[in-house]
Design a protein around this ligand. Structure first.
Ligand code: TIU
Length: 234
């Protein structure tokens, strides 16, 4: 059964929760916690903290509706063989990927900082995709997960709006997925980039997606019949 987010830009967004995945992009300690990679890049990580409460609410609503949930993590193998020089040398950070920071080796798989923040830990049965790049498709099984689950629509959330959220949304749209970017569930170290990145998604008639606030998505999801498991408990 499809539900509609009537307030979405550039126009109403219809989706069937059974063929829609909630995608949480890179809600990792390295990006969100003081002392992590985000901060070593010179960023004010407190700007990302506002994303957490609405994303927790949206995740709860998606779980209640029985939706597919996919969490991504940006990071690399301990030998950094999947981190090209073009990425390793990018910018002028005080520390680089693979260096030992406050939360272990920065953006290295298996390290404390690479893992998800405590508030948004994956539940059993949810997918975790480790990605070496900005987009969720490159070098991962993300595309196969979507195909195998019969997914046609994505609710895209996470950090940062203009980097990994944008790259993933663009890649997904090129592959035929209908994407809604949930505005208050995405965040950037640069408020202006966040605002403009959202405008870019919905401009030109929704050139690669839709944009809406989480409260309106949650309202739409509340109209979804509860999955069998939840129903049998009532
Ligand atoms: N996840 C993600 O967006 N990775 C970044 O490196 N983003 C920055 O904005 N730096």
């Amino acid at each position: 059964m499809s539900v509609v987010v009537g307030s979405a830009a550039p126009g109403p967004y219809s989706f069937d929760p059974s063929t829609t995945a909630l995608v949480l992009i890179d809600m990792q300690r390295d990006f969100l916690l003081p002392g992590g990679f985000g901060e070593t890049l010179g960023n004010d990580v407190s700007l990302l903290a506002d994303v957490v409460p609405p994303l927790q609410r949206l995740l709860a609503a998606a779980r209640a509706a029985g939706m597919t949930v996919i969490h991504t993590r940006e990071g690399h193998r301990p030998d950094l063989s999947d981190c090209p020089p073009a990425k390793l040398s990018r910018g002028r950070p005080s520390m680089r990927i693979g260096d030992v920071g406050a939360y272990g080796r920065i953006l290295v798989r298996g390290e404390y900082g690479h893992d998800f923040i405590d508030e948004l830990t994956p539940a059993p049965g949810e997918f975790v995709v480790d990605k070496p790049g900005k987009g969720a498709f490159y070098g991962t099984g993300f595309g196969d997960i979507l195909t195998d689950a019969g997914i046609t629509h994505l609710l895209v959330t996470g950090v940062t709006t203009e980097v990994c959220v944008h790259t993933t949304t663009r890649e997904a749209n090129d592959r035929g997925y209908e994407c809604l970017v949930v505005s208050d569930c995405c965040g950037s170290y640069f408020p202006e980039f966040h605002r403009v990145a959202l405008e870019m998604v919905a401009a030109q008639g929704g050139i690669f997606g839709w944009v809406a606030e989480s409260s309106d998505v949650i309202d739409a999801l509340s109209l979804t019949p509860q999955p069998t498991e939840a129903r049998s408990q009532t």
